[in-house]
Design a protein around this ligand. Structure first.
Ligand code: TXA
Ligand code: MG
Length: 322
């Protein structure tokens, strides 16, 4: 365990080819030197991650990103610059990024975190950091250092003990295609906002396209150690959840306003706004699995601000939606 003031100790582990978990504005990442095949392999091993699932490469600043990839085209640069936080952009992969980082693809995902601690840490390392979310593969992403510890203790070099992450869901992954922004993974950067900020059309790929162009979206994700059932957003949602909890050791995840509607279950409130729900979602799934045999989760309104949390709970349910 490292205190966040021990930047140099963490950087030394990275430079010696090891792995270090650190916070970003979205979730905790498990970093390793993105230019070293051996270091990056340790990430896949620690997480039990399929090697065809590519990683995101993190930079300390826009300047260092553009210096490392001088060939990025003007439009892509503009998109990268437009979002302050939670945005990952796919670009062509030069040879100095080893193929293992990209799961063998000829592209690479890049991102500059907004979180100042993440930036300072990457800068201290002196190399870009390949970093997936710092959870065991298939588990909910970690938003607290304790979640990283629960999943990966003993399998990685170090964990920086920082505060809970601000946004709580991962970055939005996009690709620029003929002047349009294709969203390959919904995330912390809302698509409506992205369109406003860039002045470009934003299109969200269908599930099938996702799987083809962003391999990670094909795998099981965000799954707790207990059953997880998602309940559709309908007028009688509350009633249906109360029927479902009967006779079960159930935990209900719901919006704050509905907290008192489920007298026969343990209730965890996710908050009352889309932002609060995003921040609390993965923590609540990890808390829920500790005392429930089943987590029953509300769906959220079908609007742009809830697009990411709706997608995450759908994936956590592995298709068990009623
Ligand atoms: O917020 C985040 O993005 C966090 C923090 C640590 O930065 N990282 C993260 O990484 O969520 P990970 O590995 O859990 O998810 C990376 C996603 C996967 O869905 C993967 O398929 C996609 O990015 N991806 C990475 N490289 C890609 C590429 N070259 N082409 C298409 N998709 C790619
Ligand atoms: Mg992940």
């Amino acid at each position: 365990m490292l205190d966040e003031r021990e930047l140099r100790a963490g950087a030394k582990i990275i430079r010696d080819g090891g792995t270090v978990a650190f916070r970003t504005e979205t979730v905790y990442g498990l970093g390793a030197d993105a230019t070293s095949e051996d270091a990056v392999r340790k990430i896949f091993n620690a997480k039990g991650r399929p090697t065809v699932n590519p990683l995101i490469v993190h930079f300390a600043s826009l300047e260092s990103l553009f210096e490392f990839f001088p060939d990025i085209d003007t439009l892509t640069r503009k998109v990268i610059k437009s979002a302050k936080s939670a945005l990952t952009v796919i670009i062509p992969r030069p040879n100095k990024i080893p193929a293992i980082v990209s799961g063998g693809l000829d592209t690479v995902a890049v991102r500059v975190p907004e979180c100042s601690f993440a930036r300072r840490f990457i800068k201290a390392c002196g190399v870009p950091l390949a970093a997936p979310s710092a959870n065991t593969s298939t588990r909910p992403s970690p938003t607290r250092w304790q979640d990283v510890f629960d999943d990966l203790n003993g399998r990685i070099g170090a964990i920086f003990k920082g505060p809970q992450t601000r946004i709580g869901v991962e970055s939005t992954v996009v690709r620029i295609n003929e002047g349009t922004i294709d969203v390959l993974r919904l995330g912390g950067c809302n698509t409506e906002k992205l369109s406003k900020m860039t002045g470009l059309k934003v299109s969200v790929a269908s599930n099938k396209e996702h799987t083809k162009s962003s391999p990670g979206t094909a795998f099981k994700h965000y799954a707790p150690n207990c059953d997880f059932l998602l309940v559709r957003y309908t007028d009688d949602m509350t009633q249906r959840i109360n029927d479902l909890v009967k006779g079960k050791k159930a935990v209900v995840l719901c919006i704050q306003q509905n907290k008192s509607n489920y007298p026969n279950a343990r209730v965890i409130s996710l908050g009352s706004t889309a932002k609060q729900i995003a921040k609390n979602l993965f923590v609540s799934i990890r808390e829920g699995e500790k005392y429930g045999d089943i987590i029953i989760c509300e769906s959220f309104p079908d609007t742009s601000e809830f697009e990411t949390v709706n997608e995450r709970v759908r994936r956590a349910s592995s298709g068990k939606v009623i």
